[in-house]
Each structure stands twice: as structure tokens, then as C-alpha cells.
Design a protein. Sequence first.
Length: 149
Amino acid sequence: MGDTISQSALERFEVRELLDAYTANVNLREFAAAGALFVPDGVWEVRGVADTPRRIQGSLAIGDAIARAVGAFARLVQMNHAPLIRVNGDRATASSTIHEMGKAKDGSDIFLLGRYTDDIVRVDGAWRFQTRQFDALYLDRSPLAGSML
């Protein structure tokens, strides 16, 4: 039983690393690397945010779409919180809360809360997004109280 629990914990940790790698690549503006976290025919869906493509398919197209979305910001910080991860063999699902704060190139600010719902697959030993759906839950464009450094 101990081996089963250890394997389960390891797999959830590996999936969590995928979620964290996505967030880190967005924050570091490594857009091609963020896109490469998807299977070649993967899908990224965005709901509830204006001026953002709604559904993008293909890891290269996803990297380009992330670059366009984040490229509108002089500075953007994304944080991933409270992931709920379920692993079943070479497939996994994850749901996590996203918190973004940023300053657009036009000087406007953004505070965004949302949820990612993910279908994830293990390909050649590496976990990759098959579908990643973002649902915006709260958007505030009021000036941020602090300063982006």
C-alpha cells in the first residue's frame, strides 16, 4: 500500500509541476515554452475576457496566442493557487485558481481572478496539457493601490 500511495503522490507532484511551469513561463514571458507544455494538438480555451481568442488549437498557436495576450502588458504577474489534481493512469484532471495583476502598456491596471480546468495526459513520461480552459471569475481595471516594480 505504501508504494501505491507514494506513486500517487509522485504523479500529483509531477502534474503540479506542469501547472507551475505554465505559470512560471507566462511570468518570464517564455511563451514558446508555455505552448510546448501542451500536446501538439492541444486546446487552450479562454472565457470571459474581452479581446482574447476564445479557442486556440495546437501548441505553437497556443504559444503565439499567449504571447499576444500577455504582450499587451508591460508587466504581468500570474499566481496559481489551490490546485485539485486527480490522476488516473496516464490521464489527469486539475482545477486551480488563478490570480493575475498587471500594468498594460497603455498604463491601465488589471486585477483578475479565474479558474483553470485542465485535462492532462502523460506522453513519453512527461505530463502535458490536452485541454486548458480558463474561466474569468472577476476582473477589475481600477488603478492598483500599489506599484508594479
